[in-house]
Design a protein around this ligand. Sequence first.
Ligand SMILES: Cc1cc2nc3c(=O)[nH]c(=O)nc-3n(C[C@H](O)[C@H](O)[C@H](O)COP(=O)(O)O)c2cc1C
Length: 306
Amino acid sequence: MQAQISLEVQIAGLSLRNPIILASGILGHSTEVFERIYNAGVSAVIGKSVSLQPREAYKPPTVVQVNSGYLNAIGLGNPGADAFAQELKKVSARKIPVIASMFGSDPNDFERMTKLFDSAGAVAFELNLSCPHVKGVGTEVGHDPHLVAAIVKAVRKSTSKPVFAKVSPGMETMLQTVKAAEEAGASGITATNTIRAMAIDVESRVPYLSNRFGGLSGDALHPIAVRCVYEIAEQTKIPIIGCGGIDSWEDAVEFILAGASAVEIGTVLAYRPPTVIEEILSGIRGYMTRKGYKRVSDFVGLAHSR
Ligand SMILES: Cc1cc2nc3c(=O)[nH]c(=O)nc-3n(C[C@H](O)[C@H](O)[C@H](O)COP(=O)(O)O)c2cc1C
C-alpha cells in the first residue's frame, strides 16, 4: 500500500500539522480570533509583536490599500509583555500553538520577555528585527549585526524552544543579519517582513499614512520575498519560514521550492475569508499528489537544483 500524503512539517524541532502559520500583526492577539483562525486551518499563530512596556499605536490612518498590496504603519502599538502573557496563557490552554513575536532594542528586554512567554506557553519565538517604519527598533536593530547577535544570544540562553529571526527585504544587510542570527544561535529565519514604502493622495497632496512611511505587504511583496528566501537558503543551514503576499497554493509552493520549510500568511486575510486557508492547503495537497511527493520536505528547496 502507498504511504499517505502528509502535510505535517518539522521545523527547528517544532512539529506543525501543516506548513501554514498566521503571520504576526494581521489579526492582533485576542484568544477568540486566534481560535477562529486555528479552526480555519493554520497550524500555529503568531501574535502582534510586543515590547516589554506597553506602546501606543500611531494615529489613523494606519493602513491603506495600494495597487497590488497594502501599506501599513501601525507603529507597533501593543499592550506590553504582561498583558500579552495573560492572553498567551488563555490561547495555549486551548492547545493552540502560539509563536510569540517580540521587538525592542535592548537584549535585556528580550531576555525578560522570553522567560515570561516561555512559561506562559509559547511554543517558539519570532524576533521582529525588521519592522521598516518605527524609529529605534525593527530594521534599525536588524541593520546592526552586533546588536542582532546580542539579542539572539539573550533569547537563546533564556529558552530551549525554537527562535526565529525575522528579516526584511529593505535591509541592505539582510544576508549579514541572517548570518549574525545563525551564528548567535537562531533556530531559523523568517523571510520576510514588509518593505518600507509610501503612498501620496494627489488631491490633498499629503501622504496617506499618518506616519508618512509604512510597510508594503501583499501581492507586490511576493516575488521580492521569494528572492529573499532563495538567497537566504543558499547561505544558511537553518530552516526558513517564507512570508509575503501568499494568496494561493502556488504562492506557498513557490516559497517551499525556494527553500522554505513552512510559510506564513497575513494580508490575504484582509480581503479573503479564512476559508482561503483550506483552499491553499488543498492546493498544496493536490500538487503533492500530482508530483508524487509524500511530505512537504520532499520539495523544500528543489528550485536550487536547476
Ligand atoms: C497590518 C499589519 C501589521 C503587521 N504587524 C506586524 C508586527 O507586529 N510584527 C511583525 O513582525 N510583522 C508585522 N507585519 C508583517 C507581517 O507579519 C508579514 O511579514 C507581512 O505582512 C508580509 O506578509 P503578507 O504579505 O502575507 O501580509 C504586519 C503586517 C500588516 C499588514
